[in-house]
Design a protein around this ligand. Structure first.
Ligand SMILES: Nc1ncnc2c1ncn2[C@@H]1O[C@H](COP(=O)(O)OP(=O)(O)OP(=O)(O)O)[C@@H](O)[C@H]1O
Ligand SMILES: [Mg+2]
Length: 402
């Protein structure tokens, strides 16, 4: 039978094709832009999956493409941008899948915050509309605060306000920005950023492990690097698993992977956001390596409504990994990279995953849209893998022409 994906994450497609095949299915990818998957498609033999070119922003066109597939057994729901239409279409076509209302709520960072606040599981948050003043924001969430898009991704449209002057300019900038959702304000959480990578089934959650996440110096929040699995003291890991295990069902996420970003504050973990999918960039790859299994088998299982074996093990005993996002230092046209030839001399078996191709225009450097490629290394621990990744990535320079 066929399993379809309405777009997917930029990385992990090849492993998803293999997982579908292992479960006796063929994968059909509906996409409006094949170029997004060029790295993954290059790793697959020709004909390994069916690619249906369709405007995936057009619900009717996507529905027609899905109806035309032979014996459709499931629809993968794995991206932020398409999670709502994918949930609606799965429900409409009688396929297993998450409750569309729950998916809608999880795409709304303000709705999630308000719900969790009501249940005593997080800090205050408030909508910021045309009539909201700086004083309202200070009274509602205090300073430092964050203003952000309720449906934002890639760290776009996030403004840090540490004092009254920054709050005034953040309000002005946010009101001029083109948001995907609505504007919200919440307290700025002080401390290092992490993500809990989890798998749930019928409301029970397993913490697969924790990623560290380094971001640019304030006030930017551009993601720079990450490593997995962070070595937490056993009692902290247990507490985190209980925290995330309570948070996810409270937010309406009962089945499938989740990528839960949090700050480890002086008082413990505080939620930044929940994404109901595997983390982006090379999070899925790092999980597969550490756990020694193809975690996308569990994506196929939950897509089909089946209990995934990954809920019960194995433990992460494979290599740790780390990755660095490599950004150009200015905007312009990317012509290539220097330093890639020498990568093999670095420890940790560095691998280069380009996210742009020569000829692409680099227009934004303040968020992840400016990332030209990702360098992945392995190590015996996340800490050592990160040192190796930072060292090797320092040798790569994106070449830019004005
Ligand atoms: N309340 C907060 N306190 C501290 N930092 C925050 C807060 N909200 C957001 N951030 C920072 O801004 C970044 C982007 O915010 P958020 O994760 O909500 O949006 P996003 O655009 O979905 O990000 P991405 O797609 O990069 O995960 C976070 O990774 C974090 O570094
Ligand atoms: Mg985020």
């Amino acid at each position: 039978m066929t399993i379809a994906a309405l777009e997917t994450l930029s990385f992990g497609l090849a492993r998803t094709v293999r997982a579908a095949r292992a479960a006796g299915h063929r994968l059909a990818l509906l996409t409006g832009d094949r170029a997004l998957y060029r790295h993954e498609l290059a790793r697959l033999p020709p004909g390994a999956l069916d690619i249906v070119d369709v405007d995936t922003h057009d619900l009717d066109a996507s529905r027609a493409a899905l109806r035309a597939l032979p014996d459709l057994a499931g629809l993968i729901n794995s991206t932020d941008g398409w999670s709502v239409p994918a949930a609606d279409l799965a429900a409409e076509l009688g396929l297993p899948g998450p409750e569309p209302a729950a998916v809608r709520r999880l795409r709304d960072k303000l709705a999630v915050r308000l719900l969790l606040r009501e249940r005593g599981l997080g800090p205050a948050a408030m909508p910021v509309d045309a009539g909201t003043t700086a004083d309202d924001v200070r009274a509602g969430v205090g300073l430092p605060a964050v203003l952000k898009d309720s449906a934002g991704t890639s760290s776009r449209n996030v403004w840090l306000a540490r004092d009254a002057a920054e709050l005034a300019s953040a309000l002005e900038a946010a009101r001029e920005a083109a948001l995907r959702g609505r504007l919200l304000a919440e307290p700025y959480l002080t401390g290092p950023l992490y993500s809990a990578e989890t798998l749930s089934f019928e409301g029970r959650t397993r913490l697969l492990g924790v990623f560290s996440r380094q971001v640019s110096p304030q006030p930017l929040v551009r993601e720079e690097s990450a490593s997995f699995p962070v070595a937490l003291p056993a009692k902290d890991a247990g507490a985190l698993e209980r925290w995330v295990g309570a948070l996810l069902p409270a937010a309406g996420h009962l089945s499938g992977f989740a990528h839960v970003e949090f700050v480890l504050t002086a008082k413990g973990p505080e939620l930044v956001e929940i994404n109901r999918r595997v983390g982006g960039a090379l999070v899925g790859e790092a999980l597969c390596r550490a756990l020694g299994v193809n975690i996308y088998d569990a994506l196929i299982d939950t897509t089909l409504g089946r209990r995934p074996a990954l809920l019960d093990g194995p433990e992460p005993t494979g290599p740790a990994s780390a990755f660095v996002l490599v950004y150009p230092d200015r905007t312009g046209v990317l012509t290539g990279w220097s330093g890639l030839d020498g990568l093999a001399a670095h420890p940790g078996a560095p691998e280069w995953y380009p996210t742009m191709a020569p000829g692409d225009r680099v227009a934004h450097l303040a968020d992840q849209r400016g990332c030209s490629g990702i360098l992945l290394t392995e190590g015996p621990t996340a800490e050592l893998a990160l040192h190796r990744a930072l060292s090797a990535a320092g040798a790569i320079t994106p070449l830019i022409e004005e």
